[in-house]
Design a protein around this ligand. Structure first.
Ligand code: IMP
Length: 427
């Protein structure tokens, strides 16, 4: 049995989608356990580009079961669109291939309205998809869950209990138009009935699958430095993105996890507000953005780019007890004479090797860089570790040594075949 959790080690957009897609071949079930349609995976299958926000990319592989766990917040409109788009492309999306946890919370239209309106004053740079407000309602115990959405009587009661307060907030605080209660109810109930066949107790499904020897692959969204507890709070997402949350967000226990694979982009990016210590606002940053195609899969926003940050990575490796790394987008670094890596932060009060909880410290810290020689050669056609340019191999070795974690996978381009596997995680 191999149950593997895949998580991002930076600020999201590390290229998890491609690695999950690769590992899916040997997995039986693929599970999302947190976040919602703030995430976005761009996958290149043959010549086709598929962007998925909610459904695990395992859906592109025949014979796999995809699960949306209880820790996810789910926008039924987006989910139905995604199901429809996949079906139109000929993929099998049915209750046999997709299961949605009955306990997952629903993103309602008022969550989206509140998220977008509020973020314009808060400056977090959220994706505006209603993620934060939906998790808030979950914690306030006024959330609507999938089990409620598929039962019109319960849905009506729950909506009526919460809507008055939402209307007050939307009209009086945000000064926006109220929501039409009847059309919201009618639309939500219609979506609930379309999704009903997919809704089940996902924890029971996972338990039975493990007992019958199936391989589970947990697909994290965002990255450890966006974790609600351990990220650069308040510039974080509103769920836990570290590996431990794979258990809570899907309904299994921690001893069932065998391996945690941390996805690490060969440099650093971030979208939205908040600290990014190694950010490059010069032409080097522009070059990383242009060569790496660093524009958000969900919002299309340009990503902020910078050199690799070992402080942020050390934090993630520890928080998720990362067993192996997958180093992605190495091809983007071809052509740099010198590559810089931040090993620590210099602050007014000394050198720091670990992420500070105090956000104020980020205002006057400076990364301490080490320089490594770059390589000229393009990497996309390279099929083995031995064929990689010497300086590229040294860069990988340097990261492994500094983090005390081995790389299991190296990615040198967006396509499935542009991948070098160094360790079979299923052995
Ligand atoms: P939210 O998750 O939409 O509430 O956004 C909170 C913060 O997390 C913002 O800075 C977003 O840009 C960031 N964020 C959310 N999802 C992703 C993602 O999938 N990749 C990168 N950043 C993300």
């Amino acid at each position: 049995m191999a149950n593997i959790v895949v998580v991002g080690t930076q600020w999201g957009d590390e290229g998890k989608g491609k690695i999950v897609d690769l590992l899916t071949e040997k997995s039986d079930l693929i599970i999302r356990f947190q976040g919602g349609n703030n995430a976005g995976h761009t996958l290149v299958v043959g010549d086709k580009k598929v962007v998925l926000h909610l459904i695990p990319s395992g859906i592109l592989h025949p014979g796999k079961v995809c699960v949306i766990g209880s820790g996810v917040v789910l926008d039924p409109e987006i989910l139905l669109d995604e199901i429809g788009a996949l079906q139109t492309k000929g993929y099998d999306v049915s209750p046999d291939t997709l299961a949605i946890s009955d306990r997952a919370h629903v993103i309602m239209p008022y969550h989206r309205i509140i998220d977008s309106a509020r973020d314009s004053t808060q400056g977090l740079g959220t994706t505006g998809r209603g993620i934060g407000p939906a998790y808030e309602d979950k914690a306030r115990r006024v959330g609507i869950r999938m089990i409620d959405l598929v039962n019109e009587g319960v849905l009506r009661k729950k909506l009526d209990a919460v809507l008055e307060e939402k209307q007050e907030y939307i009209t009086k605080i945000l000064r926006l138009k109220p929501i039409d209660r009847d059309s919201l109810l009618e639309r939500s109930a219609r979506m609930g009935s379309a999704l009903k066949p997919f809704v089940k107790d996902a924890s029971l499904l996972l338990d039975a699958s493990m007992k019958s020897g199936k391989h589970l692959l947990f697909e994290g969204a965002q990255g450890a430095n966006l974790d609600m507890d351990f990220g650069t709070y308040p510039y974080v997402t509103s769920s836990n993105t570290v590996a431990g949350h794979a258990c809570v967000g899907s309904g299994i226990g921690p001893t069932t996890i065998d391996t945690v694979l941390g996805i690490c982009k060969a440099y650093t990016t971030r979208v939205g507000g908040g600290p990014l210590p190694t950010e490059l606002t010069d032409e080097t940053g522009e070059r990383l953005r242009a060569f790496g195609g660093e524009y958000g899969a969900t919002t299309g926003r340009p990503r902020r780019c910078g050199w690799l940050d070992l402080v942020a990575l050390r934090h993630s490796v520890r928080l998720s007890t990362i067993s192996y790394l997958a180093i992605t987008k190495l091809d983007v670094l071809s052509g740099f004479e010198t590559i810089r890596v931040a090993t620590a932060y210099r602050t007014g009060s000394g050198i720091m090797e670990h992420m500070p909880a105090n956000l104020e410290m980020h205002t006057d810290l400076e990364p301490v860089y080490e320089e490594l020689p770059g390589w000229e050669e393009p990497l996309s056609d390279i099929k083995s570790f031995a064929e990689l340019p010497g300086n590229c191999r040294r860069y990988i070795g340097y990261i492994e040594d500094r983090l005390a974690v081995k790389a299991a996978i190296v990615s040198v381009g967006p396509k499935r075949e542009e991948t070098i596997v160094l360790k079979n995680l299923f052995a």
